[in-house]
Design a binder for this molecule. Structure first.
Ligand SMILES: C[S@@+](CC[C@H](N)C(=O)[O-])C[C@H]1O[C@@H](n2cnc3c(N)ncnc32)[C@H](O)[C@@H]1O
Length: 247
């Protein structure tokens, strides 16, 4: 069982692959897409859940998603067909950092994918290149809520605290016009959903050749979360507009 198969099963109950509940996603989309007829780009779109939700509730919206995972994009395409939004969604199978478009976008999203650009600021720099005048960026990023252990840094990467994270974004020429800090409940629900879904799959498929590996992975990842980063890691979502004069 490869990473993509594990990710697909782990996210069955939580198709948004970030620690955000449905109300938070809805509210962030409302703040990011005030008109409803925007052109939206998602860098690292995965199964496309952000775009699918935006398209399903806004009949004049057009969206494009970029991801390196063929498996996730196939899932996005199938879900678009199911929800009747396939005519307004274009999916690109390529590295987000290599994506170019002839036309700019009103909104650029990137959630849980800043590692693809090696950090938040390079992700914002990439988003800026795609942004039309007056556009917005919606980005989700981890931060350290308390000083992390070296093991937590090793597992999740090198973040800063929340205030420093926002300061760096502002210093980089962005103005936050809204934001959301994932609650303890959202953070916990996400982890329980991921490792619970994977464990359930293993228990439901005892004869599958991958069953033992799936159960072991669920156990390891749940323990890494509880012992390694539950008390130190947080997740912030920002709605950003370029600060005038700072392009
Ligand atoms: C945690 S998932 C987030 C998916 C989606 N944004 C969401 O919130 O549901 C991270 C995604 O980034 C994608 N990814 C990783 N590196 C990438 C790259 N260099 N270019 C494009 N996508 C990348 C992965 O394939 C994965 O689908």
């Amino acid at each position: 069982m490869n990473r993509e198969q594990i990710s697909r099963i782990a996210h069955v109950e939580h198709p948004i692959k970030s620690p955000l509940d449905d109300d938070s996603v809805h509210r962030l989309l409302q703040r990011g897409l005030p008109r409803g007829d925007e052109r939206v780009l998602d860098l690292g779109c995965g199964g496309g859940e952000w775009l699918l939700r935006a398209l399903a509730t806004r009949p004049h919206l057009h969206a494009e998603g970029v991801d390196v995972s063929a498996d996730a994009l196939a899932q996005a395409a199938a879900a678009a067909l199911d929800r009747g939004v396939q005519d307004r969604l274009v999916l690109h199978h390529q590295k987000a950092e290599d994506f170019v478009s002839a036309e700019p976008f009103d909104v650029v999203l990137s959630f849980g994918a800043t590692h693809a650009f090696e950090g938040l600021l390079p992700t914002l720099a990439a988003a800026r290149k795609h942004l039309a005048p007056g556009g917005r960026v919606l980005v989700g990023e981890g931060f350290w809520d308390r000083p992390p252990s070296p093991e937590a840094v090793e597992m999740l990467g090198n973040f800063t605290d929340l205030a420093t994270t926002v300061d760096r974004v502002v210093a980089d020429g962005w103005t936050p016009v809204d934001g959301h800090v994932s609650t303890r409940r959202e953070l916990d629900d996400y982890e329980w959903a991921c490792w619970g879904s994977l464990a359930s799959w293993a228990l439901d498929h005892p004869a599958d050749v991958d069953s033992a590996h799936a159960l072991e992975t669920a156990t390891t990842r749940r323990s890494e979360w509880l012992r390694g980063y539950r008390d130190t890691w947080g997740f912030v979502s920002l709605v950003l507009r370029p600060t005038p004069g700072r392009a």
